[in-house]
Write a protein that binds this ligand. Structure first.
Ligand code: BES
Ligand code: MN
Ligand code: MN
Length: 461
């Protein structure tokens, strides 16, 4: 029987080239100018699942972009793994900061990736990581090593809030029935320190608009006598954190799950270098909520961040003007037990309350979602842990991530199964940023590790 290691060494060039082809399609879900490309990517994923050995493949229509569904059922009495991933990608902007075009993938060596990394939008998030599962399936089906049933559900709207998938899942519970959900859409600590993501933060995303006078005004004739929406917005935003960097929205922390000393001590054991962290970002110091470490601040604590702010004159030179309106986009990362709809409501009330009478405030909620924590004593976690031990030679460290995949909480609610997050990306892979890349080593390591998950999950089940 051919081992996965043998199979990879025989087919790795093709594995890389197939991924490169997939990365050439600009499947940007946020921008309707690319809608045909998003649809073409769905077709390409369908095709790849067919070739990898799925016997039923469907393009499931939704109110938005279709969901690619595929399955291979070998025996109803065996467990079923449901693989989730997304074929859409983030916009490439700011495009000028890419060192090679985002949809013309190239392999370049980096300090962290001496074997080379594929540079392209979606290389790591999530086409590369999703495609590891397709290639792992190909290995298992063509060599007679598939130990259980498998279902694939690959969506095209993850980067814009997974609305269509939230519509699809409750309507297809039977089709999606499974024993565990497997996702590679997160990261790990380092190539020699594998980790399994055990938590994701929730999210509430809002847009605010402050309106002052009914038109833009001469800042000399009116300055000082009317509220300047940009000044007011800045003040309001600044007031959302106190001097300890706690968030000031009343009730914001009420449901936050506080970790015990033991749990925090356990977390602190994960290898982490604050100086390497600062060097990588070229910052003199870190910044955040008093009383918490950097790794706590970016995983077990909720946050509030302005993602964009605009208004007034931003063109060349100077223009003396008081703008009529000012805007900001604000995201709040949430932790277990915080309800995103409740937090959105708390934000809205508070933001409206703190505005002076001289302006009007409009708060528009965007998408959101619940956080997620998965236990380490589940069969799924144990199987994943054994799989990493097999291919990395060390046991993986459980680690809660700061990122969000809002649909995961809905999976558990609707499908009643646990999600295992086997991410093979690194923080330095620049997901959502210019020069996103995914290490060839990581890509192949993922393909190598996944079949062991199937093996151990089936054995332990
Ligand atoms: N794959 C990421 C989430 C992620 C990355 C989690 C790394 C943990 C580690 C996902 O595609 C993503 O970008 N999610 C968005 C939320 C979504 C609603 C736009 C996020 O976290 O900002
Ligand atoms: Mn992703
Ligand atoms: Mn993403």
């Amino acid at each position: 029987m051919q081992t996965i290691q043998q199979y990879i060494s025989e087919h790795k060039d093709r594995f890389i080239n197939e991924l490169i082809d997939l990365l050439k399609i600009p499947s940007i879900s946020a921008d309707t100018a690319y809608s045909q490309d998003v649809l073409n990517t769905a077709d390409a994923v369908m095709d790849s699942l067919k070739k990898a050995g799925c016997d039923t493949i469907e393009l499931c229509e939704t109110p938005g972009y279709p969901i690619v569904y595929g399955e291979k059922i070998i025996d109803k009495n065996l467990p079923t793994v449901l693989v989730y991933g997304h074929y859409d990608v983030q916009p490439a902007d700011p495009i000028d900061l890419w060192t090679s075009p985002p949809f013309e993938p190239v392999i370049k060596k980096t300090d962290i990736h001496p074997e080379g990394a594929i540079f392209a939008r979606g290389a790591c998030d999530d086409k590369g990581q999703m495609y590891m599962h397709v290639k792992a399936l190909e290995y298992m089906t063509t060599t007679g090593n598939l130990p259980c049933n498998v279902k694939f559900m690959i969506e095209g709207e993850e980067e814009v809030g997974s609305e269509s998938l939230a519509w699809f899942v409750p309507r297809n519970k039977k089709k999606l029935a499974n024993d565990v959900i497997l996702i590679s859409d997160t990261g790990m600590i380092a190539n020699d320190i594998p980790s399994i993501t055990t938590g994701l933060r929730g999210l509430s995303y809002v847009e605010v608009e402050i309106t002052g006078p009914n038109r833009d005004l001469h800042s000399g004739l009116y300055g000082g006598a009317v509220a300047n929406p940009i000044n007011i917005l800045s003040k309001m935003i600044a007031s959302l954190h106190d001097e300890n960097n706690h968030i000031t929205i009343p009730g914001f922390y009420d449901k936050v799950e506080e970790l015990s000393k033991e749990e925090r001590n356990e977390m602190a054991k994960a290898p982490f270098s604050i100086s390497a962290y600062k060097d990588a970002l070229n910052i003199n110091d870190v910044y955040g909520e008093n009383g918490y470490t950097t790794n706590e601040r970016n995983s077990i604590r909720p946050t509030l961040d302005v993602n964009g702010i605009w208004g007034g004159y931003t063109g060349e030179g100077a223009k003396t003007v008081i703008a009529s309106k000012a805007y900001a986009k604000i995201s709040m990362r949430l932790v277990p037990n915080q309800n995103w709809e409740e937090i959105t409501e708390l934000f809205k009330n508070h933001f409206e309350n703190i505005a002076p009478d001289s302006v009007t405030v409009k708060v528009t909620p965007h998408h959101g979602g619940q956080g997620y924590v998965t236990p380490t004593n589940s069969v799924g976690y144990q199987a994943a842990s054994k799989a990493y031990n097999e291919t990395f030679g060390v046991l993986p460290i459980p680690q809660r991530s700061g990122g969000s995949i809002p649909i995961v909480a809905l999976f558990e609610q609707e499908l009643k199964s646990k999600t295992i997050l086997m991410g093979f990306g690194l923080n330095s892979d620049a997901i959502h940023s210019p020069d996103e890349h995914f290490g060839i080593w990581n890509y192949l390591k993922g393909i190598e590790t996944i079949p062991y998950f199937y093996k151990y999950f089936t054995e332990l089940h």
